[in-house]
Structures are given as C-alpha cells and as structure tokens.
Ligand binder design. Structure first.
Ligand code: NDP
Length: 251
C-alpha cells in the first residue's frame, strides 16, 4: 500500500475513534433522538443538523476525489457513484423527508461533521489516488460481493427509514412500535442495513479506509441498537418478544 505517512496516520485515527466511540457509548447514550436531554448545550432542528453534519461527506469526498490521479478511471467513478448514492440520500433527501419537530445538540452535529470530513478524506483519497484499480476489479468477487451487500444494505436501510417516518402523523412527536419489512425480525433494521452497507463498501474497495469506516459504523450503531431494543421493551409491554436488536435470531 502506498501513501503510508499522513494517510496511514489518518486511517489509524479513524480506527482509534471507533474504539473511543464504542467505549463511550457503553456509558453514555448519544444525546439525540429519543435520548435527547438537557445538559448537552445549545440545540438545532434535527433537519438542519443532519444536512450540516452529513453534507461534508458529499462535498469533501468530491473535492478530494477530484484531486486524485485516478479520478477519471472507471472503477474510481463507479465507487464514487456508490458513495454518492448513499450520501446524497443521507445529507439531503433524508433530512428533507424527516418529520419536523426533533432537535439535536450542536455538539453532536460538530462531532459528526468532523468525523465526516476525516472519513470522506481517507475514503476518497483511497478510491481516486491510492487504490489504482484496473477495470477488471469490477468482475472481482470481492467487488461483486461488496456491491451486492452495499445495495442490499441501502435498500433495507432506506425502507426502514421510511417505515419509521410513517409512524408519526404530521405534528406528532411520540413513538410507536414499528411493524413490517425487516422490523419483523429486529428493532433497528435501519442500523443493520447501514452496517451491512459499509461492510459491503469495505469489501468492494478492499481498503483500510473502507474497513475503518465499517468498524466505526458498527462501533457507533451496535450499542445504539441495543439501547433502542431495551428502550422499546421497557416502554411497550406488548413489544414483540421474538424480535432481536440488530441481527435476526442472534443479537
Ligand atoms: P433512529 O432509528 O433513532 O431514528 C430515525 C428517525 O425515525 C428519527 O426521525 C426518529 O425520530 C424516528 N423514529 C425512530 N423510532 C421511532 C418510533 N418508534 N416511532 C416514531 N418515530 C421513530 O435513527 P438515528 O436518528 O440514530 O439515525 C438515522 C439514520 O442515520 C439511520 O439510518 C442510521 O443508520 C444513520 N446513522 C449512521 C451512522 C454511522 O455511523 N454510519 C451514525 C448514526 C446514524 P426522533 O429523532 O424524534 O427520535
């Protein structure tokens, strides 16, 4: 692998952040959504927060990508398209569709933004500069399996986001039990789909940056999925008993 030095250092920082995140989340529930509470400083509307914190994942990725020597290579462009499929949805479509009313701390927005700058930089630089993929990579089993996992995860995740969004009538802010789709098996299929997606990205790019992002996503979302599951079970006596937190029949 070329580019060890500043690049390897940044990837190492991302792995380090995954460790810090999972340890912190064992003690503290990230203070947004159902765990939003006082004591975390000023807040902004969740819709604004999501656009502000996720848009660097589009803008920084594209800017770094355009600086790479392989920016016009076929594989780099395919990987760029995959990244944008997710992040245009997450940064612009998801916030516009979400029910207004929720708020989140500016601190959460700032931390997520900083992470997105780092993550977009290391992933874009790998794809457009270091990776140097031949066109034949598109028929490699690692790319094919990764792309299938990525798009299957995206489909599960976007569909689950839609189910959650439809639980509330306009103006409502409470919580209901979600049913249908992958909610039959788990409490947070939006997180299962997202984790699958970034595992797919790690495979499809076969890169340390992709692996760092998959590990970070799991470090962030596995504890939150476990918290959501316990929260549902505590709050709803009729919560489906056979539903698991994140992985059907297992976790
Ligand atoms: P949640 O599942 O906590 O909430 C998603 C949305 O659905 C929120 O608007 C929430 O409202 C609403 N909602 C959730 N459950 C219910 C319910 N039972 N009844 C009514 N409304 C409900 O997801 P997050 O906000 O944590 O994450 C959103 C997306 O971002 C997810 O798809 C996740 O995968 C992704 N994400 C990715 C991360 C990564 O590291 N890659 C990190 C964090 C998130 P409210 O906000 O009012 O609770």
């Amino acid at each position: 692998m070329g580019g060890i030095g500043w690049y390897g250092g940044l990837v190492a920082v991302e792995f380090g952040l995954a460790v810090v995140t999972v340890v912190a989340l064992l003690w503290i529930k990230a203070p947004y959504g159902r765990y939003q509470r006082v004591g975390w400083g000023p807040t902004v509307s969740a819709r604004v927060g999501w656009v502000v914190m996720e848009s660097p994942a589009v803008l920084v990725f594209v800017a770094v990508f355009l600086a790479g020597a392989h920016r016009t290579d076929l594989v780099a462009l395919v990987l760029l398209a995959m990244w944008l499929c997710h992040y245009v949805y997450r940064a612009f479509v998801y916030p516009l569709l979400m029910r207004p009313g929720s708020r989140m701390p500016v601190l959460v927005v700032a931390l997520a933004m900083a992470f997105n700058v780092l993550n977009a930089t290391v992933n874009a630089w790998w794809v457009a500069e270091i990776g140097g993929y031949a066109d034949s990579w598109l028929t490699d089993p690692r790319f094919l399996a990764g792309a299938v996992l990525f798009f299957a995860g995206l489909a599960v995740h976007a569909r689950s986001d839609r189910t959650l969004r439809r639980l509330r009538a306009p103006g409502e802010t409470g919580y209901r039990i979600p049913y249908g789709g992958a909610f039959r098996w788990v409490s947070s299929p939006n997180y299962s789909g997202e984790i699958a997606q970034w595992c797919g990205w790690a495979l499809a790019t076969w890169s340390p940056a992709g692996l760092a992002f998959a590990v970070y996503t799991a470090a962030n979302l596995v504890p939150r999925a476990i918290d959501h599951h316990a929260w549902y079970r505590e709050r709803f006596p009729d919560y489906p008993a056979d539903r698991r937190a994140l992985v059907p029949h297992l976790l």
